[in-house]
Design a binder for this molecule. Structure first.
Ligand SMILES: Cc1cc2nc3c(=O)[nH]c(=O)nc-3n(C[C@H](O)[C@H](O)[C@H](O)COP(=O)(O)O)c2cc1C
Length: 236
């Protein structure tokens, strides 16, 4: 998930051994769509995602993948309330709705979405609880580590208690071009949810480091941005 991630893009990557792919991120309500349009106007083309008929678009993309490959399909979703995520979770072949508590674009933060959801614990708990209760798909929550003013471990433990299916951690270490494996290790030892470790994975050694620090799986974005990686995940 780094830029344009539709079925066509992710299907190029599945042969490299991925068993789960993520569509999106999509803006799912009028507030996030409006924020996305502002972001687009300053040149971030990955936010140019059609809102009209979003459910049909995600369903079509999911079906294209599922017709060809036996992988889990997730959709990364930005929303300021649970309802659009719950609606999208009803898409028949979609396996996972991933709640984006990760985006740090100013326009998304300004409407209380993305990583700013992590600032309000009561909101976070109600939001995720509601999604988990009503979702027809599995639920993943994606957060960024080391956000200023946020205790990543505390937030991860809160989410772990909400019966989500996946905890997806972008182990970003501000100022460094490698993942914060320490935070992965701490989260892994204090939570039970399937932990997807993310950030700066470029080769099998990086994957092994993530797994050795307690992640149950990994995700790759920038290293896959050209629709290929120079290793096969089945070698891990
Ligand atoms: C151009 C671009 C677009 C991205 N869009 C999203 C997104 O829509 N939703 C999301 O959760 N993460 C998004 N990400 C973050 C990546 O999924 C990933 O968490 C981050 O780049 C760190 O992983 P990496 O080092 O493997 O790239 C984006 C990253 C890039 C570079």
């Amino acid at each position: 998930m780094a830029g344009i991630t539709n079925a066509n893009f992710v299907m190029k990557l599945i042969p490299f051994g991925f068993d789960m792919v993520t569509l999106g991120g999509y803006n799912t309500d009028s507030q996030t769509v409006a924020a996305g349009k502002k972001i687009l106007s300053r040149g971030r083309s990955e936010f140019d995602i059609a809102k009209d008929d979003l459910i049909n678009t995600i369903e079509k993309e999911t079906n294209l993948i599922k017709n060809k490959y036996n992988v889990k399909v997730s959709a990364n979703l930005r929303a300021i309330s649970p309802d659009p995520i719950i609606e999208i979770s009803k898409i028949k072949l979609l396996d996972i709705v991933e709640v984006n508590c990760h985006c740090r674009q100013k326009e998304i933060l300004d409407i209380g979405c993305g990583q700013s959801i992590l600032e309000d614990t009561d909101f976070l708990i109600n939001y995720i609880k509601n999604i988990v209760k009503k979702s027809k798909s599995q639920v993943s929550v994606k957060i960024r580590a080391n956000v200023e003013g946020i205790d990543t471990l505390k937030v991860a433990k809160i989410i772990d208690n909400l019966s989500v299916d996946y905890l997806h951690i972008d182990a970003m270490k501000p100022g460094f071009n490698y993942a914060d494996l320490d935070i992965i290790s701490k989260i892994a030892s204090e939570t039970d949810t399937f932990l997807i470790g993310n950030n700066s994975i470029r080769d099998i050694e990086d994957i092994n480091a993530m797994i050795n620090n307690g992640a149950d799986g990994v995700s790759i974005a920038r290293a896959a941005i050209n629709g290929k990686i120079n290793f096969n995940l089945k070698q891990v």
